[in-house]
Design a binder for this molecule. Structure first.
Ligand SMILES: [Ca+2]
Length: 372
C-alpha cells in the first residue's frame, strides 16, 4: 500500500513539473557584439518580443543594426516587433563607412527614422519621405534640429551625420476617429432580435458580412446595434484633444444601414459638440430598398461618408463629440418591437485647422470582444 502511494506521489510531482515547465517556457536572445560593447542576453517568454538594446559602441566603426546572420545584408536585419519562438543569436553589424542618421524630430517620436551608410566624402541618398499621419506634412531634411540648414543631396559629406525632419502643420487636415475605439462601458442596445452590450456591439471583419461591406470599413470594424428603447438615447462619445481653438470645423459620419435606406435628421440622431447639438440638414444613408421587416437582409450596401451641413467650433484642449440615437420611428411600420433604428457607425472624420488627437480604446475593446 505504501509503495502505491509513493508512486502516485511521484506521478503527481512529474505532472506538476511538466505543467510548470510548459507555463514558463521562455527563450534566450543573445547579442554577439562583434567587437563592440557587450550587450546582455535577454530572456523572453514564448511569443513575447525582445527589446531593442541600447546601441553598442566600437572605436572607429558605426553600428548599422542587429542581424540574424553574420552577413549584414538588409534582408537579415532583425525585426524587434517579431515574436520570439526559439533561442536566437543576433549579430551586431559594423561599418567603417560613415552613417547618416535621419531623425523624426518631434516630441514622442521613435528614436530615429532611418540610417544610411555612405562613402566618406561622398553624397548621401536620403530615405523616402516620412509620414507622421497626424496633420503635419514633411517639409524636408535639415542638418540641425531647428531646421535652419537644409540637407543638400548634391553635397559631399565627411564623417557620420545627423539630419532632422522639418514638419509644417497642414492648414486643414482630416482626422479619423473609429467608433469601435469609443469607450463602450455600460452601453446596451435594444434590437429587433437581440439586445447587445458593450464590446459585443462591435461588428466587422470577423462577422458574416458581404465582402463589399467589409472592404468599405475603416479599420475593419464598426458599431452595429446602434438603437435604443431608452428615452435618454444611446450615445457614442468621442473625447478629442485639440492643440488650439478653431472655427469652421466640419464632421463626416461614415455610416451603413441594415434596415434599408434611412433618412436621419437631428430629430432621430443628435450630433453634439461640447454639449451643443448641431442643426444639420437630414442625411440619407443608402441601404436596400426595404419596406417591411420581413425583407430584412442585414448590412448589404457599403458604408459611406455623410458630411453634415453644419460647421462648429473646437476649443483648445479637450472637446467632446457625441452621437446619440434616440427613440424614433425610422424602422418599419410592421415591426412595433423596434423602438428605434440607427445606422451602423464606422467612424467620424473631423476636418479641422486644429491638430486633433484622442485616446482610442480599440486595443482594449478588441481584446475584450475576442476579436484577436
Ligand atoms: Ca471603423
Amino acid at each position: 500500500m505504501k509503495k502505491v502511494i509513493a508512486v502516485a506521489g511521484l506521478v503527481l510531482v512529474l505532472a506538476f513539473t511538466a505543467l510548470t515547465a510548459c507555463a514558463e517556457q521562455s527563450y534566450t536572445v543573445s547579442f554577439q557584439s562583434n567587437g563592440g560593447t557587450e550587450i546582455a542576453t535577454q530572456l523572453v517568454e514564448a511569443g513575447g518580443v525582445a527589446s531593442e538594446p541600447k546601441e553598442p559602441e566600437r572605436d572607429g566603426f558605426e553600428f548599422s543594426g542587429w542581424y540574424t546572420q553574420e552577413e549584414f545584408g538588409e534582408e537579415y536585419l532583425y525585426d524587434f516587433t517579431e515574436p520570439v519562438t526559439e533561442n536566437i543569436t543576433l549579430y551586431a553589424g559594423w561599418t567603417s563607412d560613415p552613417v547618416a542618421t535621419f531623425y523624426w524630430n518631434y516630441d514622442g517620436a521613435p528614436e530615429f527614422y532611418s540610417k544610411v551608410i555612405f562613402k566618406d566624402g561622398g553624397r548621401i541618398v536620403a530615405p523616402a519621405d516620412p509620414d507622421r499621419g497626424d496633420g503635419y506634412s514633411f517639409d524636408g531634411w535639415y542638418a540641425d534640429e531647428d531646421c535652419t540648414v537644409m540637407f543638400d543631396p548634391a553635397a559631399n559629406y565627411s564623417g557620420s551625420r545627423s539630419f532632422y525632419a522639418k514638419w509644417t502643420k497642414q492648414p486643414v487636415a482630416t482626422y479619423t476617429f473609429e467608433a469601435e475605439g469609443c469607450d463602450l462601458t455600460g452601453l446596451t442596445s435594444f434590437g429587433y432580435s437581440v439586445n447587445v452590450s458593450e464590446t459585443d456591439m462591435i461588428l466587422g471583419s470577423s462577422n458574416a458580412l458581404p465582402e463589399n461591406v467589409k472592404s468599405s470599413l475603416s479599420n475593419g470594424y464598426f458599431i452595429g446595434y446602434f438603437q435604443t428603447k431608452n428615452e435618454d438615447g444611446l450615445t457614442l462619445k468621442f473625447p478629442i484633444d485639440a492643440d488650439k481653438a478653431s472655427t469652421g470645423n466640419r464632421i463626416s459620419l461614415r455610416l451603413g444601414t441594415e434596415y434599408g435606406t434611412l433618412t436621419i435628421s437631428p430629430e432621430e440622431m443628435d450630433v453634439k459638440v461640447n454639449g451643443t447639438a448641431l442643426d444639420y440638414e437630414p442625411i440619407t444613408v443608402i441601404g436596400e430598398n426595404l419596406t417591411s421587416v420581413t425583407q430584412y437582409k442585414g448590412y448589404t450596401v457599403p458604408f459611406n461618408d455623410y458630411t453634415l451641413s453644419s460647421t462648429f467650433d473646437l476649443k483648445a484642449g479637450e472637446n467632446l463629440i457625441e452621437l446619440t440615437i434616440k427613440v424614433n420611428d425610422l424602422g418599419f411600420a410592421d415591426e412595433p418591437m423596434l423602438s428605434s433604428v440607427g445606422p451602423g457607425v464606422d467612424c467620424i472624420k473631423v476636418r479641422s485647422e486644429s491638430a486633433l488627437t484622442w485616446e482610442s480604446m480599440w486595443e482594449d475593446n478588441k481584446l475584450s470582444a475576442g476579436l484577436e
